[in-house]
Design a protein around this ligand. Structure first.
Ligand code: 13P
Ligand code: SF4
Length: 328
């Protein structure tokens, strides 16, 4: 077990993490929803697809994954010879929780003529039961390569599935999962905010429900929203995704104003991902020191899950489609 209490008073965490990173030949990967301190100490910050690619190509011996469990598991599936550590093993995801493998297997069995196109926010077991994995930045390119007459089950995010279905005018059977973070944005409060900033565009993640996406000027993955922030004309942007991404926007564009879309209480604090928030600098230090908690996956399960992830990586690199969810 990791002993996080053994931190001597006055420890300089940044110095210690940098020392351990060298000593263990570790790479620190972080998602945009992590706190600024973790984003700033990471070797690479990115969206789910970019982090998967980095995990697959790194020559480090250890991957310290500042993100949630399904992301660290993806790293282990793609890089089995590496030690993959997650600062807090409780860092789960409501989408993964919504889709137990036995229920997903039963649903698939009821629809044998459908392929399963599955969002990366799911367990390794569900990946093993799927045909092709997608991320929000690769979903459109991948869907464009699937023949029109092929029937599709899309899970576990019904909002991303619904958005793709409407955009492609293509029916899909949707698994009823949601992200509790994106579900918490309030349309009423968003419209009040828009009244105060009528010229500010709204950029939203496709995990948001349709009543939020309907007001968005740009819909896309975290990287796509970040790119939009770097190119939009104007001085204020309303951001409808987990607010820690604003850290990268403020670093890149200090002269502009970025406002997190509000929840029902009128501010954006309820939109902080409680799972991502479990990771801290102290826990990152401890997991680099102890090389625990470690991701372990049974080999046959890993190989089964890798097939659908490999398909994603191949298809996401194809030039068909626009490459990312983009302007509506
Ligand atoms: P992306 O970074 O791929 O847009 O994913 C967002 C997310 O919710 C990760 O959990
Ligand atoms: Fe899961 Fe939502 Fe948190 Fe992403 S933001 S890890 S989808 S709960």
């Amino acid at each position: 077990m990791t002993d996080q209490t053994a931190l001597p008073a006055g420890t300089d965490l940044i110095e210690e993490i940098n020392r351990l990173r060298k000593e263990k030949n570790a790479v620190i990967l972080a998602h945009y929803y992590q706190t600024p301190d973790l984003q700033d100490i990471a070797d690479f910050v990115g969206d789910s697809l970019e982090l998967s690619r980095k995990a697959a190509e790194t020559d480090a011996d250890v991957i310290a994954f500042c993100g949630v469990k399904f992301m660290a598991e993806t790293a282990k599936i793609l890089s089995p010879e590496k030690i993959v550590v997650l600062p807090d093993m409780e860092a789960g995801c409501s989408l993964e929780d919504s889709c137990p493998p036995e229920k997903f297997a039963a649903f698939r069995a009821q629809h044998p003529d459908h392929i399963a196109l599955t969002y990366i926010n799911c367990s390794t077991e569900v990946k093993a039961l799927s045909d092709i994995i997608v991320t929000s930045s690769s979903a459109e390119t991948i869907l464009a390569q699937i023949p029109e007459d092929q029937k599709i089950i899309f899970g576990p995010d019904r909002h991303l599935g619904g958005y793709l279905s409407r955009k492609f005018n293509r029916e899909m059977l949707l698994w009823p999962g949601v992200c509790i973070v994106h579900e918490a944005f309030s349309e009423k409060e968003l419209l009040k905010l828009k009244e105060q900033h009528p010229d500010a565009p709204i950029a939203a993640h496709p995990e948001c429900p349709p009543h939020i996406l309907d007001h968005a000027d740009h819909v896309g993955s975290t990287s796509s929203i970040l790119n939009f922030a770097k190119t939009f004309e104007g001085d204020t942007l309303i951001v409808a995704t987990e607010p820690h991404i604003i850290h990268q926007m403020e670093k890149a564009l200090p002269e502009k104003t970025f406002i997190g879309a509000p929840g029902a209480d009128g501010n954006c604090s309820c939109n902080i991902c409680p799972y991502m928030a479990l990771n801290t600098m102290e826990k990152l230090y401890a997991c680099l020191r102890d090389l625990e908690p470690r991701i372990e996956i049974e080999e046959q399960l890993r190989l089964d899950a890798k097939k659908s992830l490999d398909r994603m990586l191949e298809m996401a690199s194809a030039t068909v489609g626009k490459g990312d969810l983009g302007a509506r």
